[in-house]
Design a protein around this ligand. Sequence first.
Ligand code: PLP
Length: 341
Amino acid sequence: MGLVSLLKNKKRTTLFTTPSHCGNFFILHKFYQWYKSDISETDTYNPTEELEAAEKKAASIYGTKFTKFLTNGSTSGIIAAILASEAKNILIWKDSHPCHKNGAKLAGCNIIEYSLPINREWGVYEAITPNMVKDLLNNHPADSIVITSPTYEGFAANIKDISQICRSRGIKLIVDEAHGALYPFSSDLPESAVKYADYTVQSLHKTAGGLNPTALLHSNDNNPAEALSMINTTSPSYPLLATIEKNINFLNSGQGKEKIKELIENIKALNFHQGGDDITKILIKKEGISGYELSKILFDKYKIEDERTNEISTMLLTGIGTNKTMLLKLKKALEGIYNEK
Ligand SMILES: Cc1ncc(COP(=O)(O)O)c(C=O)c1O
């Protein structure tokens, strides 16, 4: 029985349990179904059969040893991965998402910071390369490294080679793939780290159609359940867990893969400016104006909201929910902006 069926078939009893709304919808009518499904059944350290089965199925889909469903974002996955890896001296990118350093602090690790070069054409960070990893490992006494791939703007690292370098030296590799949750399901996108890294974290809610803040922690090393139990609530949201199961099954289905293909083909056909390795992150810029000015014009004049801006360019994030109409609107707006003197 899947998680959604479990919720549907759950017998309605008089609840003297948490959560105390007892499935009643007195706060917000819109969330009636959510309240009905909001049960207190399990925690991630002591999963019900259904959750365990759903996570096992997910692991077989991704080809990992363990895949854990996260209802507190990639943030919790990164922290748990650092705890589970038992790192002592850990290499962390200086400008990484704050959860990297927070995880290392919570784990009591010695943090060794590293820098990444800036891509001058777009004003964004480049991805780390295998040679950079080799140099870092030659020069620092680390036992773990956390890398971000892809970067926010879609620059992806050669994870396969980096994982080989790390494995040959007994270094644990943790990959923040928060922005790459579609990668395992498309050969047109950069290769995912899930099969190669010791730990990979992906946000389903960023690009893969998931609800905030659903995410995944994949491990080919230790079972991260105990580490997750140290930082997570013992009352995870069951409706969110159920959406994670459905989300993965959808991504892995013919329909899901077709949807990703359609997104990529639509972006290719409209011939947007492209910066990094991931076509779904549309990087744009205009000669003579800053990324911030471009972003403001998009918002004020065309009511288009971008994701992340720097001095030179701005990035529009697309995902499984981005349809052709939206892309055509963006294309038209850009034509207007580029044609303005
Ligand atoms: C690179 C990167 N890693 C991790 C995170 C944390 O992800 P979440 O919001 O799923 O906790 C973010 C969030 O923006 C991010 O950009």
